[in-house]
Design a protein around this ligand. Structure first.
Ligand SMILES: C[S@@+](CC[C@H](N)C(=O)[O-])C[C@H]1O[C@@H](n2cnc3c(N)ncnc32)[C@H](O)[C@@H]1O
Length: 294
């Protein structure tokens, strides 16, 4: 069997395993009994999601990751008790739960494309903390919502103009093609107040990242050079389900951000590509975009 054929079989198997990992039906069968056991034993904090929904990162990191984002939003975006915060791709409420004690007079709006995530957050968080609200966006994504009705590049955020003091997209643009990212930047710019910032994470591919990736071998791969529906190039780890892991070309991101009217307030490099970064650096690259004015 040729090496190419072997690689393709391996990649197919990997895709199938990942798809199963992200399938709500498979997860319910695999983790439902353990979740039921936890419930019966009274072992679960009501603001920590059950195991079947814990696939946006390591289960053990739920509280720590949320706390990191909360601290960053307070320190760098200056959010306080009265702020209005938007969480784009709010997942299973990691950031929401961490923000509950902070946003005592303001509001939190989260939206996501996975019905089970939004159901859980709306059922467990909103009744306890009514200023925290969650909405389902029926947006298509081959990893998270393969049957979604709306392409990301056509989605309009369900909020009016100029309504938020800060927005976050944590580990969301790492699962979207460039045309969707561009649309989300436009929408974030529209809904932020002048002077407010969007904090978003990427696998941002510049020359150094390309070089490191080439040298890294299979440790972290973004092997596939693909193009989105508008012909914009990007990198992906999996050609069948590109949204598993997307690398955005840095010059393209900078141009898109400027085009929609953002100023780049900062890029903090992460260590995902093997780049040498200081202690405490994030895993993904963190980009801060400011809407001018205010
Ligand atoms: C790795 S998880 C991160 C979740 C959350 N931001 C956090 O840090 O806990 C990626 C999230 O992005 C969501 N997502 C992917 N594409 C999206 C889109 N087009 N619009 C909104 N959310 C999206 C997924 O459903 C998933 O919840």
């Amino acid at each position: 069997m040729s090496a190419i054929k072997k690689q393709s079989i391996r990649e197919r198997a990997r895709s199938a395993m990942k798809s199963a990992y992200y399938s709500p039906a498979v997860r319910t069968v695999a983790f439902g009994p353990l979740d039921a056991f936890d419930r019966l034993r009274g072992r679960r904090d009501p603001l920590v999601p059950p195991r079947r929904l814990q696939y946006v990162g390591r289960r053990e990191d739920f509280a720590a990751v949320g706390a990191d984002w909360r601290d960053r939003l307070i320190r760098d975006q200056g959010i306080g008790p009265g702020s209005d915060v938007l969480d784009i791709g709010s997942g299973i409420g990691r950031v929401a739960v961490a923000l509950v004690p902070e946003l005592t007079e303001g509001s939190y709006e989260g939206f996501d494309i996975v019905p089970g995530f939004i159901d859980w957050c709306s059922r467990e968080i909103t009744p306890r903390h009514p200023s925290f609200r969650f909405r389902l966006a029926d947006v298509r994504n081959r990893q998270y919502n393969p049957r979604g009705g709306v392409p990301p590049a056509e989605y309009r955020f369900p909020f009016g103009d100029d309504g938020f003091d800060a927005a976050l997209a944590a580990s969301v643009f790492t699962h979207m093609e460039p045309n969707g990212v561009r649309r989300y930047l436009e929408e974030a710019h529209r809904v932020l107040r002048p002077g407010a910032e969007l904090v978003c994470t990427f696998f941002l591919v510049d020359e150094e990242a390309e070089r490191l990736l080439a040298a890294a071998g299979p440790a972290f791969s973004l092997d596939h050079r693909l193009v989105d529906a508008e012909g914009a190039p990007y990198l992906a780890a999996d050609a069948r389900v590109p949204e598993f892991c997307v690398g955005i070309l840095e010059p393209q991101l900078i141009a898109a951000a400027a085009d929609v009217g953002f100023e780049v307030a900062g890029i903090e490099r992460g260590w995902w590509s093997g780049r040498e970064v200081g202690p405490g650096a994030p895993y993904q690259d963190v980009v801060t975009l400011r809407k001018p004015g205010g």
